[in-house]
Design a binder for this molecule. Structure first.
Ligand SMILES: [Zn+2]
Length: 277
């Protein structure tokens, strides 16, 4: 991954020179502050994702569940088909889902470039239907097509790594690849901005509905999420605050998107499933 190292090293130097800061516009017209370009975010995320997959495999944390693998491939494949139709550049992405074998974790996440993960706990503890899974993965895919990861990497770079970047640029032996990994993983743990979340909810609901899933399931998904746990809410909520207001917002959207639901769902696009074989 020498390419990523030199890419980020170059980005860091440009960042220091103040040349790379810029704005982009999201699919819903929101202004985005970008230090990391969307293409760079995809490249950085690839290395971080593959590293994460190796660690999960090494620790026996990938599920051995062919039926779930087939189910996730079908649901995510239909969503990916819709995403590629709306955002043709995403046809180049290696759409992927890791099935993480941890029944105690209620979470799902995505990195830039359509690389995702879902945890056993989320599916089993909330007894998610196909439609509800489609809405959670649709929400994650919405984050990826709207370049929220590049945005969050930009924040991570600007807020948390300035000191490391300065130090790295003064050292002869570049530590750019570990920094790239840190940027990708820090970006994953940053809370999503409220406007970014509204955008992901909105786009995700539309994509899931266009993929043939019931839009009302977006509401029941968040109701289940909000009701679960008591003292220990789902991990997903730690980066997704305020379920009550989003339930209200999603309920209000249901009627607007119903007409997008096709009679016949689109054929699933190929999605790589990371699971124990
Ligand atoms: Zn989100």
């Amino acid at each position: 991954m020498a390419g990523i190292g030199s890419l980020l090293h170059r980005s860091c130097r440009l960042l220091m020179a103040g040349l790379l800061a810029g704005c982009a516009t999201s699919p819903t017209g929101r202004q985005q502050f970008m230090l990391v370009t969307p293409d760079a975010a995809v490249e950085i995320a690839e290395a971080a994702y593959m590293d994460t997959m190796q660690q999960l495999a090494r620790h026996g944390k990938l599920m051995n569940d062919p039926r779930l693998a087939e189910r996730m491939a079908r649901i995510t494949g239909r969503l990916a088909a819709v995403a590629v139709e709306e955002y043709p550049h995403t046809a180049r992405w290696e759409w992927s889902v890791a099935l993480v074998d941890d029944a105690t974790v209620l979470n799902a996440w995505a990195m830039a470039g359509g690389r995702m993960a879902i945890f056993r706990g989320l599916i089993e503890k909330l007894r998610l239907s196909d439609d509800e899974i489609a809405h959670i993965m649709g929400h994650e895919i919405a984050h990826t097509v709207a370049n929220h990861h590049a945005e969050r990497m930009s924040m991570a770079l600007a807020q948390n790594l300035a000191v490391s970047v300065v130090r790295q640029n003064t050292e002869e032996n570049s530590q750019a690849a570990p920094i790239a990994h840190t940027v990708a993983t820090v970006a994953l743990t940053l809370p999503n901005s409220r406007s970014g979340e509204e955008e992901a909810d909105n786009l995700g609901m539309r994509m899931a509905t266009r993929a043939g899933y019931d839009p009302r399931a977006a509401v029941t998904l968040w109701q289940k999420m909000a009701q679960h746990g008591g003292s220990r809410p789902p991990e997903f909520l730690s980066t997704h605050p305020d379920p009550a207001s989003r339930i209200a917002a999603l309920s209000a959207l249901v009627d607007d998107v119903q007409h997008l639901r096709p009679v016949v769902p689109p054929p699933p696009r190929g999605v790589r499933i990371y699971a124990e074989r």
